[in-house]
Design a protein around this ligand. Structure first.
Ligand SMILES: [Zn+2]
Ligand SMILES: [Zn+2]
Length: 140
């Protein structure tokens, strides 16, 4: 049976004590269906006919980030890419693999790397994000 994404997103919002607005539900569903982090522009495109303006999408992402349902996976071409935060802890996100041949990015949720220790006095590490590069299965 296909999981009911609508119900799932409503449950997530309820648990985070956020109002279940149309746009929040729509964006969560887009992120649930995606198997890679998406930029705001990609999210807007995948929302398709449900046309929400840029500011609405931006504000919605901010509210989802604030309660920790969504997080920023990495920055690429000067745009943050977002994904659901369910596979991550506050300090560490799973590594992301980018294919240098086709440019696709994949979540490597099965890898967990030891958290780096602060190299010097005065540096405080809050979060670890790892980016790996190579060839994806389609390009090898
Ligand atoms: Zn590739
Ligand atoms: Zn990811």
């Amino acid at each position: 049976m296909k999981p009911n994404l609508d119900l799932q997103s409503r449950t997530m919002l309820k648990a985070a004590e956020l109002y279940r607005t149309k746009v929040r539900i729509a964006i969560l569903k887009v992120l649930m269906k995606a198997d890679e982090p998406l930029s705001q522009e990609q999210i807007a495109r995948r929302l398709g006919k449900k046309h929400f303006d840029k500011v609405t999408i931006y504000r919605t992402l901010e509210s989802l980030l604030k309660v920790g349902l969504v997080h920023k996976a990495f920055i690429e071409k000067r745009a943050w890419h977002f994904e659901l935060a369910d596979n991550c802890t506050e300090s560490q996100c799973h590594p992301h693999f980018t294919c240098t041949s086709c440019g696709s990015t994949h979540c490597l949720t099965e890898i967990s790397l030891p958290m780096a220790k602060s190299p010097r006095k005065g540096f405080i590490i809050h979060r670890q994000q790892v980016r790996l590069e190579g060839f994806c299965p389609a390009c090898t």
